[in-house]
Design a protein around this ligand. Structure first.
Ligand SMILES: CC(C)(COP(=O)(O)OP(=O)(O)OC[C@H]1O[C@@H](n2cnc3c(N)ncnc32)[C@H](O)[C@@H]1OP(=O)(O)O)[C@@H](O)C(=O)NCCC(=O)NCCS
Length: 172
């Protein structure tokens, strides 16, 4: 897992175009027939000051294939950010989403942000279960009955450092 680079665009485009219709709908809320070069660049060319974008790669025959990703975006003056996750169909349900979400939470806390939000289709059981397990509250949204808002407070920088210290100690 590492931060996305603009040079990842061709591989990301190929991976996005293998996603099932259901995964596309759950991530983008609309059905997308084909991801164009422009659409891919809109997804991966970010402003690092207010966005953070991770990609998970799998090496196959010496080539790195993107299999999952996650991002958050925050506005200049507010301590809130909005996140999303996308795991390729064959890789769902194996703990990758949970690991990306934890990495996003850590980075958002490190940036001094205080709350993380997401929008989830009401029938997206895996995402709602993952959100519950990561202590998000599930609320109605202002985007209609079929979209829910998930939100959680983020640890402050000091508790984050303490958590990291304990995790390292535990691994020894
Ligand atoms: C939703 C999504 C991000 C979850 O990521 P994932 O890697 O598949 O999930 P994980 O394997 O990390 O699962 C973590 C937890 O989520 C829940 N979960 C995941 N898949 C589940 C499923 N099919 N059914 C029920 N619960 C599920 C479980 O609570 C699981 O905890 P456990 O490992 O203790 O059982 C992923 O499936 C995905 O990208 N879906 C399509 C796009 C999407 O829905 N994006 C979210 C919009 S923000």
């Amino acid at each position: 897992m590492r931060q996305m680079r603009p040079s990842d665009a061709p591989q990301v485009k190929a991976s996005l175009n293998t996603l099932s219709a259901d995964t596309r709908r759950r991530r983008f809320f609309v059905s997308i027939a084909e991801f164009s070069d422009d659409a891919v660049h809109r997804l991966i060319d970010i402003d690092p000051a207010r966005e953070y974008l991770l990609v998970v790669l799998r090496r196959e025959d010496g080539i790195e294939i993107p299999i999952a990703g996650g991002r958050f975006v925050h506005e200049d003056e507010r301590p809130d950010c909005t996140f999303s996750l996308l795991i390729g169909d064959p890789w769902q349900g194996q703990g990758i989403g949970r690991r990306i979400l934890k990495a996003l939470i850590r980075e958002a806390s490190r940036r001094g942000l205080r709350r993380m939000h997401g929008h989830v289709l009401a029938d997206n059981r895996p995402m709602l279960d993952l959100a519950r397990a990561q202590r998000f509250a599930i609320l109605e949204s202002d985007q209609g009955d079929d979209v829910l808002e998930i939100v959680r407070e983020l640890p402050d920088r000091w508790s984050l450092r303490w958590d990291t210290f304990l995790r390292r100690l535990w691994r020894r």
